[in-house]
Design a protein. Structure first.
Length: 128
């Protein structure tokens, strides 16, 4: 009887190790999945961080937008002048005028890189 039990021990240890590794892998995948898929929705971020100046419709016809002289994102001619990488950088680092006065606050501490990239694409969606 003891020999049967001794032969089963390596199998039991292998099964325990395999179960542990599978559980750890599943946990890691779930954590990664949640962090990627939970990046806030671009529309939600637009409403929360951008619409007060740029307007819900992207036209910039808000009081703050007029004061900051923001451009109309629905204008196809203006959209043609935009470069995605530059928009990304401006959203991340903010904008200052020639005198160094802040025109748009930076969002690097408020939004993830993926959320900023999603906002760039959201702005592209305003083009008529």
């Amino acid at each position: 009887m003891d020999s049967d039990r001794d032969e089963m021990l390596p199998l039991n240890n292998t099964m325990k190790a395999s179960t542990f590794l599978n559980t750890a892998a599943i946990g890691a995948l779930l954590a990664l999945s949640v962090s990627v898929t939970r990046a806030a929705d671009a529309k939600e971020n637009w409403e929360k961080n951008c619409a007060s100046c740029h307007g819900m419709d992207g036209k910039g016809k808000t009081k703050a937008g007029r004061l900051a002289e923001v451009k109309d994102f629905t204008d196809p001619k203006y959209q043609e002048t935009l470069v995605d990488e530059k928009m990304y950088q401006q959203m991340k680092e903010g904008l200052k005028d020639q005198k160094g006065k802040e025109r748009m606050k930076p969002f690097k501490d408020k939004l993830t890189d993926d959320e900023i990239k999603a906002l760039v694409q959201f702005v592209r969606g305003f083009k008529k």
